[in-house]
Write a protein that binds this ligand. Structure first.
Ligand code: FES
Length: 153
């Protein structure tokens, strides 16, 4: 059963009040809704569709099209493992295996305590340091499973 998001829904209503009736409001509203909730829960999407007088399918269509929007809760720490060619050749899959073993999550999943989200991503432009991952905003290179264990401590 989902907890009541009453406080966040009130904040969303404030956002919607500022944008209702304005053209091009959908994406900014979804961005701000995601800032409020940390992701876009179904109840928020439904409220946005209702208040902006848009079909629910259109709001879902936009929310699922853009990579910036997330329909599931995300962890407080985002681990992005590069699976681009250089990192793949130098063992990105070992990093993913190591993280999966330690946290019990696959790519695209979040730990049940909402501490970590694991996201395989395309080249992040640090190929010389392969294999590479980003832990929140920090880039870590030349990684091994042992270094991953230290990073997650
Ligand atoms: S392939 Fe991983 S940083 Fe470029």
């Amino acid at each position: 059963m989902e907890n009541c998001n009453c406080e966040n829904m009130a904040k969303l209503d404030e956002v919607l009040a500022k944008h209702t009736g304005k053209p091009g409001a959908l994406i900014p509203v979804l961005q701000q809704a995601q800032d409020v909730f940390g992701y876009l829960p179904r109840e928020a999407i439904t409220r946005v569709a209702d208040k902006l007088s848009l079909p629910l399918s259109q709001v879902y269509g936009v929310a699922t099209f853009y990579a910036q929007f997330h329909l599931k809760p995300r962890g407080r720490n985002i681990i992005r493992v590069c699976v681009g060619t250089a990192c793949h050749v130098r063992g990105a899959s070992l990093l993913l295996d190591s993280i999966r073993d330690q946290l019990g999550i696959e790519g695209g999943e979040t730990t049940s305590d909402l501490k970590y989200t694991l996201e395989p991503v395309a080249c992040i432009g640090a190929c010389g340091l392969a294999p590479v991952l980003m832990f929140n905003d920090q880039t870590h290179g030349r990684l091994t499973p042992d270094k991953i264990a230290q990073l997650l401590k």
